[in-house]
Every structure is written in C-alpha cells, then in structure tokens.
Write a protein that binds this ligand. Structure first.
Ligand SMILES: Cc1cc2nc3c(=O)[nH]c(=O)nc-3n(C[C@H](O)[C@H](O)[C@H](O)COP(=O)(O)OP(=O)(O)OC[C@H]3O[C@@H](n4cnc5c(N)ncnc54)[C@H](O)[C@@H]3O)c2cc1C
Length: 404
C-alpha cells in the first residue's frame, strides 16, 4: 500500500482547473486528483461558444475533453457536483452530494457567474446570460423564433452577443451604459472606430442608456424600455453586464478574498495549502506591481500550469503575458498584457487611422510597456508582447512604439 500518495482537490473544471489537473498528473503519476465540477460537461471551449451560436462551429468541436480522457489520466471527475464548504483545519472539502474529500493541496478554479438585470422583468423568459454551453443552447432555441434582439452591456460578452444576433439575422440594438465599448481599454477614438464597425454591420448602438424595464407578452420578453424612455422591440435580450466571481466557497475559512480570491505571485492564497487560478483569481501581477483580475482563456490555462507546479512544491512566479483575441464585426480585436481594467492609473499613447480602420493603444507603467490593444491588424503585437514579458524599459518617445 502506498502511504505517501498526495491528494489534490480541484474545484471547477474550466480551462484553469482541467489544465492544472493535467499538469499535476504529468508531474506525479501516483497522486490522487479529484475534480469537482458544477456543470454537467467535461471541459469545453467557452471561446468557441460565439462561433457555435453563429452556426459556424459544430458542437463536437466545442467539446475539448471527455470522460474517457479523465479516466485514462486517473482524474476523478465528479460532474454536477458543487463544492459547498472548505474546512482548512481538517483540510476537507464538502460537496452538495454530501461527499467529503481530504486534500493536501486545494485549487479553487471556480470562475464567475454572469450578473442579471435587477429591473422589473429582468428575469423574464428570453433574457439570457452567455457563459455556459447550456446558456448557449437556450439562446439558440430562442433565436430561431426571434426577429429582434437587445443586447445590454459594454463588455466583450455583450459584443459577442450583438455580433452573433446580427449574424443570425436579428434586428439588433446594443445598449451601452457608458460612452463607448470597453470604455476603460479604448479611448474615445477607439470607441469611434468600434461604433463605425458596429453600425456597418447593421447593429444599432445606443450609448448612455440602461434598461429600466423588460416588458413581456405571453410570458416572454417582448420589449425593452430604456432609462431614456425609448421602447425597443426585443424577442430576445442578451446580457453582458459583468461577472460575480465564485468566491463563496471560501467564506469563513479566513482565506483573503476581495473581488476575487487573493493570491501572491505564485498563485498561493493566504492559506499555504490553498491555491487559486483562472478568472476567480486576484493575483499579484509582477508586470504592474499590483493585483490583477483577468478573464481570458490563455491566462486561465497558464494559471492552471503555474498553480499545479507550485502545488507540487515549486516556487514559480506567474509572469505570462495574457492575451485576448476576437473578431470585431468583420475586423479583429486583440488585447495583450495589462490594461486600465486592472490598474486605472496606467498611462497610454494611441493612434487611430480611420482610412485603414486600424487603431492601437499602448499602456505604460512607470518606464515599461505593460499592455496594448489592437483593432484591425496586429502589426507590432509580437514585439510589444516580448517587451511586456521582458519588462523592457522604454527609452525616448513612447509614440515610436505606435510605428512598430
Ligand atoms: C461566450 C464567451 C466568449 C469568450 N471569448 C473569449 C475569447 O475570445 N478569448 C479569451 O481569451 N477569453 C474568452 N472568454 C473568457 C474565457 O472563456 C474565460 O476567461 C475562461 O474560460 C475562464 O476559465 P476558468 O477555468 O477560470 O473559469 P470557468 O471557465 O468559469 O470555469 C469554472 C467552473 O467552475 C465551476 N464551479 C464554480 N463554483 C463551483 C463549485 N463551488 N463547485 C464546483 N464547480 C464550481 C463552474 O460551474 C465552471 O464550470 C470568453 C468567455 C465566454 C463566456
């Protein structure tokens, strides 16, 4: 009998949790790895959900892992099982099925849940979040019967919904509370370009407005009434109004939680046996000398790798450069590194070329480049990413980086 077998418990089987499990197994063939997963599916690709919604990707390409893969790697995957309590003194996790798992090291990779609209009718049938495969299936059902759509929010997710609804032929209105899309990442000029691209794609964008009420007919959404008093037809409403991070599991444990689960630069929480990774993790980001919350696929996956290494005893500092790339109404959007979303006091330089429909903005912290955003072309992205990674100091005028 093995007496030195370590047990790792991972809560959440998104890309952060599943990548960590795979890494743990690669490094330790004998350990016990338990994955607790609230959703009914093994890992699937959230990034591919917009393409699935647009009927551009079949379901089997959205799915990334199956139960056989877990079995072959000896990963104990418990689907539709929610971890509800952690007791750090006995190092146990309790689930909503009444199971108890003892851990040597615990990884919290629970992501977030999308916010709802706290207005009359906000929970009506036909008002959807866009986070999970099940959300997407419900949206697809409703889209088939819909002619008009309203999308709410100035986030990446709101964009994905606006683009997908329009792509599926719906009359689409996009309500943005602020003065532009991604108002902290883009400046006014970047916002102007996105506005043009959206309008050319046939999306009616309305700024400075929120939803006052969702009106229903026959039990389902039929109209949206805005704070400015407009009434807009909507057979479907899509929400992209932010995430609440799933930190409740750690309530009462003494582990430091702010908006996310706080970790040091090695992704370890204030409890030496508990780590966090992915969207839920508010980690000490050495590129900006401060704490960051990020919501990107590659950041979550890289977090999973670093957390696994450190759960096995390494002391690796997390210093990957996150990136987010997506379509943007027939153009492209790419964000690398840190943005004012993580640190509002970053300085920046930007350039818009309306003729070629390109825009770039580069962010600085002290004398280093720490992030950038590119619309309509990624020229210079590789060099900027290397500069961020290498913590290179910028000598001379910062504007020269706009010419890379
Ligand atoms: C529609 C959409 C499009 C996106 N597009 C892009 C893109 O183009 N590029 C990009 O970089 N990123 C994109 N993202 C963001 C990216 O998908 C996320 O950053 C990433 O998937 C987060 O991974 P995660 O493992 O941290 O969390 P999640 O994927 O959120 O996984 C966490 C899992 O934990 C489970 N869980 C929560 N609490 C518990 C509990 N108590 N017990 C058990 N299980 C629990 C949840 O149900 C969930 O399945 C997109 C996201 C969405 C929704």
């Amino acid at each position: 009998m093995q007496t030195d077998q370590r047990t790792f418990v991972i809560v959440g089987n998104g890309v952060a949790g599943t990548t960590a499990a795979e890494r743990l197994r690669q490094s330790d063939p004998n350990c016990r790895i338990v994955i607790l997963a609230a959703e009914p599916y093994p890992l699937y690709n959230r990034v591919a959900l917009p393409r699935y919604l647009k009927l551009e990707t079949p379901l089997h390409k959205v799915m990334l892992k199956d139960e056989d893969w877990h079995r072959e790697l000896g990963l104990e995957l418990h689907l539709e099982t929610r971890a509800v309590k952690v007791d750090p003194s006995s190092r146990t996790v309790v689930t909503d099925r009444g199971q108890e798992f003892r851990y040597d090291k615990l990884l919290v990779a629970t992501g977030g849940r999308p916010n709802r609209l706290a207005v009359p009718g906000g929970d009506a049938h036909g008002v959807f979040n866009f986070q999970t495969l099940d959300d997407t299936k419900l949206i697809m059902d409703r889209v088939q019967k819909a002619r008009s759509a309203v999308v709410v929010g100035g986030s990446f997710i709101a964009y994905e919904l606006a683009e997908a609804f329009r792509h599926r032929g719906l009359e689409t209105t996009w309500l943005i509370r602020g003065s532009r899309f991604l108002r902290r990442i883009l400046d006014e000029e970047g916002g102007r370009l996105v506005d043009l691209l959206a309008r050319e794609a046939g999306v009616n964008v309305v700024y400075g407005e929120e939803v006052r009420e969702v009106a229903t007919s026959g039990g389902a959404v039929s109209k949206v009434i805005t704070t400015g008093g407009s009434t807009i037809d909507a057979d479907i409403v899509g929400l992209g109004v932010g995430l609440t991070l799933n930190t409740e599991l750690l309530a009462g444990t003494g582990v430091e939680v702010r908006r996310g689960v706080v970790t040091d630069k090695t992704l370890r929480t204030s409890d030496p046996d508990i780590y966090a990774a992915g969207d839920v993790c508010e980690f000490y980001d050495v590129t900006i000398d401060g704490y960051s919350l990020l919501g990107t696929w590659n950041n979550s996956s890289n977090h999973g790798k670093t957390a696994a290494a450190n759960m096995l005893g390494a002391q690796e500092t997390y210093k990957q450069v996150p990136s987010y790339s997506s379509t943007l109404f027939g153009s492209t959007l790419s964000v690398v590194g840190a943005t004012p979303d993580s640190r509002p006091d970053l300085e920046s330089v930007s350039r818009l070329d309306m003729e070629s429909r390109t825009y770039r903005r580069i962010f600085f912290w002290e004398d280093r480049v720490v992030g950038a955003v590119f619309i309509g072309g990624r020229k210079g992205k590789r060099q900027i990413t290397e500069m961020i990674r290498d913590r290179a100091r910028v000598e001379g005028p910062r504007e020269k980086l706009l010419d890379l």
